[in-house]
Every structure is written in C-alpha cells, then in structure tokens.
Design a protein around this ligand. Structure first.
Ligand SMILES: Cc1cc2nc3c(=O)[nH]c(=O)nc-3n(C[C@H](O)[C@H](O)[C@H](O)COP(=O)(O)O)c2cc1C
Length: 364
C-alpha cells in the first residue's frame, strides 16, 4: 500500500534506468550491513517446508526467483535472499564487457503492467563478473544461477566459442548456468535463437560438462545444472526441436520465457501508440498467457525429464500457482517485483501457502 500509493509514484516519475541503478545500488549498500540484512530477511524471507522445491541438484527454500536482467553487473547479490527470493539469476553476462544499446533503453507501460526493455546485454564481462562474485558472494543464503549470453557483433561461427569462454569463467562460481539464446535486443539475435545454433552450443557445453564426470576446477570435478532460456516468439515446431535437443544432451531444463519480440501476437495494448513507440522486448502481463502455454507444451512433450523455470507476467501468488499447474517447477520474475515493491515476494509466498491450505481443506 505504502509502496504503491506513495513510493512508486515518486520513483515512476524519474527515468526508469536511473531508478533501476539507484535502487540496485541502495539494495547493494543495505544488504552488506549484516544487522540490516538479517532484520529485513527475517521479515521478508518465508521459510516453510511446504514451499521447498528441488530444481535438479539445487534445493530451493521457496520457488520464487529473481529473473536475469535485474542485476546485470553483480551489484547487489546479497539483496535477493533479504527480499525473500528463493533463488536469483544474475547477468546476463557476455565474454567481453559491453555498453549495450544507446540510452534511453527502458520504458514503463503502467497501463499494460509491463516494460519495454532495450538494454542490449550491457554488462561488465565474464572475467569482471567472476571477480565480483568471488569478492561479494562468499556467504550465500540462496542458490544463484548465472545467465550467459553472446558478445554482440560476433559472426555466427564465433558465437558458440564465446559462450564457452564465459561458461569456463563462471561455471565454478554458479549453482546453475543458464544459456540465454533469446535476447531480442541485439544484432544477429536471430542467429543464436536458431535450432542449429542451439544444437552446436549444447554439444560444446555438454562436452565440457560431461567430460569424465565434469570439468576440473581447483582440483575438483564439478557437475552443475544447465538450463537454456528460450523466447516466447519461437514456433511450436522449433520449440519441439529445442525440447528434443535438451533431452538428447541431458541438460537440466528450460527457462521459459524471455521478453516478447514480436508484438503482433499481443491481442490489445492499453498504452498509447506513442508509449509503445520504442524499440525493445516487452515484459509483464502480456507475456503471462504465452509463457504459460509454452510451459504446458514443454511439460507435455518432455514429461518429468526436464525441469522448467516459468517466467513472464507474475504479479501474484495465483499467477505463480497457474504457472506451476502448467508444469513449472519454479518461477522467476522482474516486472511484478518492480510494480509491486519490496513486500512482493513475501506476499506471494504467503499467498502460495494460503492456496495450499485451501486446496488441502477441499481435499479433506
Ligand atoms: C530490465 C530488464 C532486463 C532484462 N535483461 C535480461 C537479460 O539480461 N537476460 C535475460 O535472460 N533476460 C532478461 N530480461 C528478461 C527477464 O529475465 C524475463 O524473462 C522477462 O522480463 C519476463 O519476466 P517478467 O514479466 O516477470 O518481467 C530482462 C527483463 C527486464 C525487465
């Protein structure tokens, strides 16, 4: 209430990217002060065995994660358990540091409960990301995924090796890795979303992961969970091929989905044509239905052989429940958190417990 009525109107008056940086820097500063961290986490983090979920080898205390793109530069990694998230995906990180697209590159669509995002994979690069993770994340209260994407401007034949370099820089430091092949905001995004490229990438990555029980880091063999993040614009024919590749290469699962690139399948926007007249992918409410359909489709085709992280248009506990009913094992969100404020994840987890209790009562 306080956030929606007072704080959000103030924050939403300022340039969205500036506010994004301001908030994330504040979160970074607060979360490293241990008494603040513990106090806030005690209130916001719901730890109830009924919410525990297993995602491959990863144990989650609740199924609601932060999606990739909120913390692109590993600025505030400790803030996410403090805010109640059960896990967080950092990045996306590319092998070379890059500035992303020219500003402005983030716009709000309040009437559509969404955002237009055109960052274009701005980030500090995989070596710097690894340095920050080592420095800032020695203590971890939740599992962290790292999303890796391709450095902009490379030719198709150079792309898979670029992912591999980032993968080797970051693999040891992540609880899981997501291969982002669906950023809609960079040149040649059609190339890395192609099924033939995805096959080449999975082959290279899984060769490293499977080699004699996993690659060796610091004298130890480690095997970690690998996900691939797909976009919502993919045809069902291509989606089936990607699901089959995930099964063939035995990766852990799929993150579904990234931002909407093709706006023509959104039935009706409430925002004005001027508000929509920006380049970039759309997040939030309009993604919900499409992402739920894709999740159901993956679950139907893959059975329980793949884990699914459902993303797109989550605002409430009911939205999470619908995604999990469709087949998601866990979920991630950004836009609903930006619109809902700091109590959002607590409310969602409390709401999920209430839904479970109500279902239990009906059964009895
Ligand atoms: C500001 C912003 C930046 C994003 N950057 C990335 C990114 O770097 N990598 C990625 O895989 N997805 C990125 N995304 C997409 C989100 O991870 C998510 O898939 C999408 O926003 C749908 O979820 P939502 O409706 O809960 O926001 C970004 C989204 C937003 C809003």
């Amino acid at each position: 209430m306080l956030y929606k009525k007072i704080l959000r109107p103030i924050l939403f008056k300022t340039d969205p990217e500036k506010i994004h940086h301001f908030v994330i820097n504040m979160l970074g500063a607060i979360s490293v002060v241990r008494p603040f961290y513990f106090l806030i986490k005690k209130f916001l983090f719901i730890d109830d065995p009924r919410l525990h979920v297993k995602l491959g080898n990863i144990e989650l205390k609740n199924p609601v994660g932060l999606s990739a793109g909120f913390d692109k530069d590993i600025t505030a990694p400790l803030a996410y358990p403090m805010l109640g998230f059960g896990f967080a995906e950092l990045g996306s990180i590319t092998n070379s540091a890059q500035p992303g697209n020219p500003k402005p590159r983030l716009w709000r669509l309040p009437k559509d409960n969404g955002l237009i995002v055109y960052y274009g994979l701005s980030n500090c690069g995989s070596l710097e990301a690894a340095r920050k993770i080592k420095k800032k994340m020695q203590k971890r209260d939740i599992p962290y995924g790292i999303s890796i994407a391709v450095t902009t401007g490379l030719e198709g034949k150079e792309m898979a090796d670029d992912y591999v370099r980032s993968f080797l820089d970051l693999y040891e430091l992540a609880d899981y890795i997501t291969l982002n092949v669906s950023c809609p905001n960079v040149a040649k995004c059609d190339v890395f979303a192609q099924v033939s490229f995805i096959e080449e990438l999975l082959q290279k990555i899984m060769n490293i992961v499977s080699a004699q029980g996993g690659p060796v880091f610091s004298g130890k063999k480690i095997k970690k969970d690998i996900f691939i993040k797909i976009g919502p614009d993919m045809s069902y024919e291509d989606l089936d091929k990607v699901i089959d590749l995930c099964l063939k290469y035995e990766i852990t699962g799929i993150v579904a989905t990234n931002l909407i690139k093709n706006r023509s399948w959104v039935k009706k926007f409430e925002s004005s044509p001027e508000q929509l007249n920006h380049p970039g992918g759309i997040s939030g409410k309009h993604l919900q239905d499409r992402s739920n359909k894709i999740i159901s489709h993956i679950r139907e085709r893959a059975g329980d052989k793949l884990k699914i992280i459902g993303v797109g248009g989550i605002f409430t506990a009911e939205d999470v429940y619908v995604k999990m009913k469709a087949g998601a094992d866990a979920v991630q969100m950004i836009t609903g958190f930006i619109y809902g404020g700091p109590l959002t994840i607590r409310k969602i987890n409390k709401g999920l417990l209430k839904i479970l209790e109500d279902k239990e009562q009906i059964k009895n």
